[in-house]
Write a protein of this length. Structure first.
Length: 116
């Protein structure tokens, strides 16, 4: 079985929606980290103060085939009109992996069997 790491950088207000979508599509655990991005466009100001929007970084280890389904699900949330993106989602292949819960591996195997 091959695994991928899925990373999604999303606005905090979309965090729970993205997590729920990932879980509905078969993801198990999600690691959530706080982040702050620096954009190439001008930042919003309020009375001369700059506002940096808070972001959440979601990290998931998924079976390779499942990772594409979850990526597409999150992409529909962060890019609802296919024009302006509110975040970023990508996968990376994992060469070596240790410490994954075996019940999660069994769920991935069941997902593979159901998709055939």
């Amino acid at each position: 079985m091959k695994f991928s790491a899925l990373v999604a950088i999303v606005p905090e207000d979309l965090e729970q929606t993205c997590i729920d979508t990932a879980r509905d599509l078969g993801a198990g655990g999600v690691t959530v980290m706080s982040g702050r991005g620096i954009s190439n466009t001008a930042k919003k100001t309020f009375f001369g103060l700059t506002y940096d929007g808070s972001q959440s970084v979601l990290l998931m280890v998924l079976e390779k085939g499942l990772s594409l389904d979850v990526l597409r699900g999150i992409q529909r949330i962060i890019m609802p009109d296919d024009k302006d993106s509110q975040g970023l989602v990508f996968t990376l292949p994992l060469e070596h992996l240790g410490g994954i819960d075996m019940t999660q591996v069994e769920k991935f195997e069941q997902h593979l069997k159901n998709s055939l």
